[in-house]
Design a protein around this ligand. Structure first.
Ligand code: ATP
Ligand code: MG
Ligand code: MG
Length: 598
């Protein structure tokens, strides 16, 4: 990991590894089994991180940062990263999201498997698997005088919690005996109290300047069917109670989360200390570290808002290529390598900041620059006719073979296979971009205008002679003469100087393709920022669909293959629609850095 930029989390981990902070643990069996603390194989002081999504929606680019960070640290330091579903909120969670999250993490290139001590283990966990343990821990806290059942109304509880300006007020239920609390808590569990009638609270300090320590709620009554435990429970643990326990049972060493949880850390530590004292958990406990979440310009990352975009039909689904979801980025053509590179590049810090969307695009270009095959595509076609074709080649139907490298930056090394080549043909008529012809050229214009000489890339030098227009004055055909003996790659290629090289596709062998030109979903760099209504900032031109002509080599494109369409940018054969009924469908991932010819 020398090449990777260091950051505060790497420094903490390196310190812990050097000092054996987590040496001497044992590991084996499922977390939550009492056995796993005492039996099993000694764990060679490895770090354990985790990525703990709640299965209540699709993951987005912010989650990708967290995935790359947690799995990346485990990979770089020979540790393990757990994939854990934090499923303590039954109403919002669904199996569909569990599957989608598993897919997303795999696709990003990470694995939750580890092998050591001669065996391979899968570290995929569900918080709901620990409900029994969490319940026992709650009873312990009650018995030890650290928790009580509160039956104040929600309103009274809110008022009595106080705020930053004033301390809270103790609940009238705060001094019940452990025996009373235990009996009442069991009634909660057994369904003898209606939803909302009571909660279990930690007994800490109602005057604490940290509001999170003013007797936080541990359990609530909620009659809801859970995707994993069904109707077994009618009480569910709160996230803030469940999360530290999940980390501890899994023997996580570094529990990395976003900054908004900083104020929760004292409770995280308090809870684990109590449970270690009670012999329910082993020392040393995991430690929580916070980093700044990813804020990306032109993007919203709130799951609620993303869901609204889908539900109200502003986009075509969670995997719409304009969505910042991982499935959306994937369909747009982003590669796992580009996203990993992005996560490395933006780094990890303790201070919130905005990352410009162009950083993500730049990572994609860097990834594809050397490996995406080149191809020519004409997105706004107008016909170019080479009027002297028959004169030069003897027949209007004559065509000539042309070749260009598929990967111009990978010359064949000694004894290596030749680099891939694209083969297509030039004939009397070709498609060119409408913007490549001007009857009256603006200043500095180097492409086609009457009298100018350009090269058809990979083909011949041609001299423009004029055009044909319809009644509205719109150009319907551009005319030029081919200059004999100037074919690219032949000795005469440079005999005539061309002012520019333009892209083209043969009319006889070009293939029609649907090309989806995606742009930013929002017109504002901070669509989510205070007070703005993100729905009013939608970019009306975020999708433009054109019928293009593409070179014949693209007949072999498979769904998800990425290309650089010369001068236009990077494109991907759509994962879903490409190839259906023989259709060619390409999505624009991003343009080239330097927009061509401008
Ligand atoms: P949302 O607020 O959109 O519902 P969430 O943060 O509640 O998302 P979780 O499923 O709880 O979603 O998140 C799983 C992990 O991903 C958490 O550890 C969280 O800190 C991390 N995460 C979520 N959003 C970001 C972000 N923008 N940048 C970095 N990490 C993030
Ligand atoms: Mg969450
Ligand atoms: Mg959140």
């Amino acid at each position: 990991n020398d090449a990777k930029p260091s950051h505060f989390l790497r420094q903490i981990i390196e310190h812990d590894l050097a000092h054996g902070t987590y040496a001497g643990r044992r590991w084996g069996g499922r977390p939550g089994d009492a056995a796993c603390h005492s039996a099993g194989v000694p764990d060679p002081a490895r770090i354990r991180t985790r990525f703990p999504p709640e299965p209540n929606g699709y993951l987005h680019v912010g989650h990708a940062k967290s995935i790359c960070l947690n799995f990346g640290l485990a990979r770089d330091y020979g540790g393990v990263c757990h994939l854990r579903f934090d499923d303590t909120n039954p109403e919002k969670e669904e199996r569909e999201y569990v599957e989608a999250i598993i897919d997303a993490v795999r696709w990003l290139g990470f694995s939750w498997e580890s092998s050591f001590g001669g065996r391979t283990e899968s570290h995929l966990y569900y918080a709901s698997d620990y409900f029994d343990f969490m319940y026992r821990a709650a009873e312990y806290l009650i018995e030890a005088g650290h928790a009580y059942v509160d039956e104040q109304s929600a309103e009274d509880m809110r008022i009595n919690r106080g705020d930053f300006s004033r301390p809270g007020v103790n609940s009238p239920f705060r001094d019940r005996t452990p025996a009373e609390n235990l009996a009442r808590f069991r009634q909660m569990r057994d369904g003898q109290l209606p939803d909302g009638a009571a909660v279990l609270r930690a007994k800490i300090d109602m005057a604490s300047p940290n509001i999170n320590l003013r007797d936080p709620t541990l359990y609530r009554i909620r009659r809801a069917t859970h995707h994993n435990t069904g109707d077994r429970w009618c009480i569910y643990p709160m996230y803030t109670y469940a999360h530290p326990i999940e980390d501890a049972l899994e023997q996580i060493t570094h529990s990395i989360c976003t900054l908004e949880f900083e104020d929760q850390r004292p409770f995280y530590d308090w809870l684990l200390q109590r449970l270690i004292e009670g012999g329910l958990l082993q020392a040393p406990p995991p430690r929580q570290y916070e980093f700044a979440r990813l804020n990306l310009t032109y993007v919203v990352t709130s799951k609620r808002k993303l869901k609204q975009l889908v539900d109200e039909g502003h986009v075509q689904g969670w995997d719409d290529p304009r969505m910042p979801t991982i499935v959306g980025l994937r369909r747009r053509g982003y590669t796992p390598q580009a996203i990993q590179r992005f996560a490395e590049r933006i780094g990890v810090s303790k201070a919130d900041s905005w990352i410009d969307y162009s950083v993500l695009e730049g990572c994609l270009r860097e990834d594809l620059e050397l490996r995406a095959h080149r191809a020519m595509a004409v997105l706004d076609p107008v016909k170019l006719v080479l009027t002297n074709w028959a004169e030069v080649f003897g027949h209007d139907d004559h065509t000539e073979i042309c070749t260009l490298p598929a990967l111009p930056h990978s010359p064949a090394g000694e004894g290596q296979a030749p680099p891939p080549e694209r083969v297509f043909r030039i004939g009397k008529a070709v498609w060119i971009e409408r913007e490549d012809f001007e009857e009256v050229p603006p200043k500095g214009y180097k492409r086609l205008y009457p009298g100018n000489v350009v090269r058809l890339k990979g083909g011949y030098v041609i001299e423009c002679t004029g055009c044909l227009k319809d009644e509205q004055g719109r150009v319907v055909e551009v005319h030029a003469k081919v200059v004999p003996g100037t074919k690219s790659g032949t000795p005469g290629a440079d005999s005539v100087k061309a002012k520019a090289a333009i892209t083209w596709v043969g009319v006889h062998d070009g293939l029609p393709a649907e090309v989806r030109l995606y742009d930013r979903l929002f017109t504002d760099p901070h669509p989510d920022a205070g007070g703005k209504n993100f729905l009013q900032l939608l970019n009306p031109d975020s999708l433009k669909v054109v019928t293009a002509y593409v070179e014949p080599t693209l007949a072999r494109a498979q769904a998800d293959d990425k290309f650089q369409f010369e001068r236009h940018g990077y494109f991907v054969a759509d994962r879903i629609d490409h190839g259906q009924d023989g259709r060619l469908v390409f999505n624009r991932i991003t343009g080239l850095k330097d927009s061509w010819g401008k």
